[in-house]
Design a protein around this ligand. Structure first.
Ligand code: ADP
Ligand code: MG
Length: 252
């Protein structure tokens, strides 16, 4: 651990749905360029935590900061809308179920937000889209519609679409867990490439091998708490906590 000021800083996050406490005082600091994996059983609160980062699931208590901006600050409605739209431009998100717009081509999927939200011209957006599609190996599918793509290809386009906004952070929520096994690797390779480019990333995953190979730090969550965290070689090879040991016994 360095003293470096965290880039993304979640402080004492709590979240309840009625009486159900889903996040119980979770703190997570991610430095610029760091890659953090979150692992844990289903229902432990991983998605809720990730969605709290861009205030899709607002926290009951606690703060989320990206650089010098508090993401989840309380503002009057109008101001909040403006604030959160700005914030979300900085945070790329990729979910389990590729949420490409089915009625738009790959090109249109990737250029839409830069044109609408950043006011890029058609030519500028096209150049940006080509650059990102090149990166994820999908440039030859630029004129395709999502229905003609495999799951792995859709997920790669979803990543290109997120990258086209030039986000400061990328969040992945089980990006490969809905894919046929033979398609997982092509998506993992894209994420590895981002890791090599020092993209700041928070990755929720069930793939322990992948987490171990790309992440700087691993958090094991269970029942709304961070049970244990540390470097991957520690968490995966020699975890201290019994709950972590039991989980990994089933998943490694
Ligand atoms: P994970 O991603 O680790 O599987 P989630 O964050 O999706 O876990 O869910 C954590 C817990 O919160 C679960 O018990 C889930 O049922 C509950 N939960 C999630 N979203 C809602 C919601 N909108 N309303 C009520 N309960 C929810
Ligand atoms: Mg989840």
């Amino acid at each position: 651990m360095t003293d470096e000021k965290p880039f993304l800083d979640i402080r004492n996050a709590k979240k309840s749905y009625g009486k159900l406490e889903v996040l119980k005082d979770i703190s997570l600091r991610v430095n610029r360029g760091q890659i953090v994996a979150i692992i844990g059983p289903s229902g432990s609160g991983k998605s809720t935590l990730l969605r709290a980062i861009n205030d899709l699931d607002p926290l009951t208590a606690g703060e989320v900061w990206l650089e010098d901006v508090q993401i989840n600050k309380k503002l009057p409605h109008r101001q909040y809308e403006k604030h959160i739209n700005q914030v979300r431009q900085n945070i790329g998100m990729v979910f389990q179920h590729f949420n490409l717009f089915p009625h738009l081509s790959v090109r249109e999927n990737v250029t839409l937000a830069p044109k609408m939200l950043k006011g890029l011209s058609d030519d500028e957006a096209e150049e940006l889209a080509r650059e990102q599609l090149e990166k994820v190996g999908m440039i030859d599918r630029i004129d395709y519609y999502p229905s003609r793509l495999s799951g792995g290809q859709k997920q790669r386009v979803a990543i290109a679409r997120a990258l086209a906004m030039k986000p400061k952070v990328m969040l992945f929520d089980e990006a490969t867990s809905a894919l046929d096994p033979e398609l997982v690797e092509e998506v993992n390779l894209v994420m590895k490439k981002l890791a090599e480019e020092h993209m700041t990333m928070v990755i929720v995953t069930h793939e322990m091998g992948f987490a171990e190979s790309v992440c700087d730090r691993v958090l094991f969550m269970d029942q709304g708490v961070v049970v244990e965290e540390g470097p991957p070689e520690k968490i995966f090879r020699n975890p201290d906590n019994e709950r972590t040991q039991n989980f990994l016994r089933k998943h490694l």
